[in-house]
Design a protein around this ligand. Structure first.
Ligand code: 0RA
Length: 652
């Protein structure tokens, strides 16, 4: 086999001996410790492989050479990513002594080495490149359309199976990568359409003008068409904001939008004020959701507060306001997205999603201040509405602060400060301890009997908890169940004027487990709880403290054999394997239908239970869903529930 180098010289690419050894060692390291390179070997890491490939195509789009990216989930759970970029170069790479294509696919971080001049800004959270995907796939096929030819090369586990072959003529250019994840590496290789689709939608909003489509070849509808989604955004973040705020009532007619560059840093942002009380500011660096914030967010906040404050003061609207207005007040009811592209991002923080580059703060500050000043000058009516809203927020915060201080002072004064309903555990080792928030006093009682009191605390919650999405903050501080939760967890919120930060260090338990019935009411209560944690104790979600208990749906009993099932499929499999004759199948609706021993065995015992950890994959998407689920607009909520209802069959 041979291929052409850049000078048109035929070169042999058959031998993979000495020079490839070093490369193989590199990829061997990836196979030995995959989690170090892609985060984990579960669902997240599996989907990360796709993002890694798509990122390269996005880079090609940002460089101005690619407009269309197609993703296919194939029948065997392999993935195909096809773009119409320039195609990965296939010529000879002198230093590595192999084709450039092979370098990109086998050398860690090689993706951008050839194009120093182009502005490579994506590269993923882990930014490991396609070679990692190659290492973790039992088959990868690369097809490049370039220079009038079609080039092809196959790999397995990062090792070439063939050389770069010319397999035909091409009239177009582009790259197609097909890979099948190695099932011996990942806990599951089942791709989820929804996860990939949501990320492609986000990427379309973040990279306006790029078309991103996804087709699931495993699923056909009644007309024989594959499941498919197409994403394209003409207006970028302006449209993203509209999508996120679809179920909220806007305060100003049109969102504030800017797309500019400061000190060589591209800054794009969109802001919309709505009539809600929540702040939803989402930030991205190189298409990565920086959930821990960073310097770009600091710059954004600084500019927002300063510019609005100055406008409010100059307009005389603050003359009657007797108390200080804080930074938070300027962000109540604000939905905003800020996206920057940074050439060499420094990511810090627990989840490496906090931007550290200090130069970015100033660039973003300038860009935002300029755009916002112009907007306020040009839209005096909207400007007044915003300032009115800020004053209202400050007034409400004042009331809330008093309520919050009262609750938290009382906690300190009342000795242990623990709520009466809490059955605490004896260990104080946060690494080991867990608290169950249980739906209802009766199930709470059963849980108290069934628990291991050494490390498990139980706190029953009565009825529906307050919907914090809709309530004003001071209402929240008057709510018994919410006060109890703060006290049991030991955390409190700052009463400083400009910080409502949660003091996570005081948290009394490592795991916070929401345990509700497996029915519609139970799901509703769990959603209310999650809304509360997401809105009021976000740090606990971000740091991975929040879990959902998963009670079984069925008990199967035959003679002395007792088994539990967590899904209809599991139950059917069990019936098929043991037979249904003489078997008794009991359907659990509520936690209360189990005795203490059963509850311990199925739902609480760390050895046998199923716990689902709650993570924030995309804060923007989570925010949108919570506002929809907990808001006033009924049709989108109904549609979402119909599409996601797991329990529909139980309550039918
Ligand atoms: C290296 C250099 C160039 C493009 C690419 C890589 C490239 C990689 C991927 C991965 C998926 N799609 C891609 N498209 C392009 C620049 C090529 C040139 O200078 O012509």
């Amino acid at each position: 086999m041979s291929t052409e180098n850049e000078q048109g010289k035929q070169i042999e690419t058959e031998e993979y001996s000495a020079s490839s050894i070093q490369v193989l060692e590199g990829l061997e390291a990836v196979r030995k410790r995959p989690a170090m390179y892609i985060g984990d070997i579960g669902e997240k890491g599996l989907h990360h492989l796709v993002y890694e490939v798509v990122d390269n195509s996005i880079d090609e789009a940002l460089a101005g050479y690619c407009s269309n990216i197609e993703v296919y989930i194939n029948e065997d759970n392999s993935i195909t990513v096809e773009d119409n970029g320039r195609g990965i170069p296939t010529g000879w790479h002198e230093k590595e002594q192999k084709s450039a294509l092979e370098v990109v696919l086998t050398v860690l971080h090689a993706g951008g080495k050839f194009n120093k001049d182009t502005y490579k800004v994506s590269g993923g959270l882990h930014g490991v490149g396609v070679s990692c995907v190659n290492a973790l796939s039992d088959l990868l096929v690369a097809e490049v359309h370039r220079d009038g030819k079609i080039f092809k090369q196959k790999y397995s586990k990062g090792t070439p199976l063939t050389s770069v072959e010319v397999v035909g003529d091409a009239t177009d250019t582009g790259t197609t990568i097909t890979f099948h994840p190695d099932a011996t590496i990942f806990t599951s290789i089942e791709y989820k359409f929804e996860i990939l689709s949501a990320r492609l939608r986000e990427l379309a909003y973040l990279n306006k003008g790029v078309r991103l489509n996804i087709t699931d070849r495993r699923v056909k509808d009644e007309n024989g068409n594959y499941l498919r989604a197409e994403y394209y955004s003409e207006e970028g973040l302006k449209e993203f904001i509209r999508f996120l705020d679809a179920t909220r009532e806007p305060l100003i007619e049109e969102s504030i939008y800017l797309d500019t560059e400061k000190d060589g840093i591209p800054v794009e942002a969109a802001l919309q004020y709505n009539t809600s009380y929540t702040e939803n500011v989402h930030s991205y660096v190189n298409n990565i959701n920086t959930i821990e914030g960073g310097t770009h967010l600091t710059g954004f906040r600084r500019a927002l507060t300063r510019t609005l404050k100055k406008y409010a003061e100059d307009s005389g609207m603050l003359s009657k306001v007797k108390f200080e207005i804080s930074g938070d007040d300027f962000r109540e009811g604000l939905t905003a997205i800020i996206s920057v592209k940074v050439a060499e991002p420094q990511f810090e923080g627990q989840t490496k999603t906090k931007l550290g580059n200090s130069e970015v703060a100033g660039a973003v500050d300038q860009a935002i201040a300029q755009a916002l000043t112009n907007y306020l000058e040009e839209h005096p009516k909207d400007a007044r509405a915003i300032v009115d809203k800020v004053i209202l927020a400050a007034t409400a915060r004042h009331a809330a602060r008093k309520a919050r201080e009262m609750v938290q002072r009382k906690t300190v004064l009342s000795g242990s400060g623990l709520p009466g309903k809490l059955a605490d555990c004896s260990s104080r080792d946060r690494e080991k301890t867990e608290i169950f928030f249980v739906e209802g006093d009766s199930a709470g009682g059963t849980a108290k009997q069934g628990r291991d009191r050494e490390f498990q605390a139980i706190m029953p919650l009565r009825g529906k908890i307050l919907n914090v999405e809709k309530a004003l903050e001071h209402k929240m501080w008057e709510n018994e169940e919410i006060k109890n939760m703060f006290q049991a967890l030991g955390v409190s919120k700052g009463t400083e004027e400009d910080s409502k930060a949660l003091n996570v260090e005081k948290l009394r338990y490592g795991k916070i487990i929401i345990m509700t019935d497996a029915d519609v009411d139970g799901s509703h209560i769990a959603t209310l709880m999650l809304t509360f944690f997401f809105r009021e104790m976000k740090a606990l979600v971000e740091n991975g403290h929040i879990y959902l208990a998963t009670p079984p749906l069925y008990q199967y009993k035959k003679g002395k054999v007792e088994k539990y099932c967590w899904s209809d499929a599991e139950r059917d499999a069990l019936i098929a394997e043991y037979g249904s004759k003489g078997a008794h199948i009991q359907r659990y609706k509520g936690l209360g239908e189990m005795n203490a021993e059963q509850l311990w065995e199925t739902t609480m015992n760390p050895e046998s239970r199923i716990l689902r950890q709650v993570t924030i994959e995309s804060a923007a998407e989570a925010d949108r869903i919570f506002s929809m689920l907990m808001g006033d607009d009924v049709p989108p909520r109904r549609q979402f529930i119909e599409e996601h209802a797991t329990y529909a069959n139980i309550d039918a």
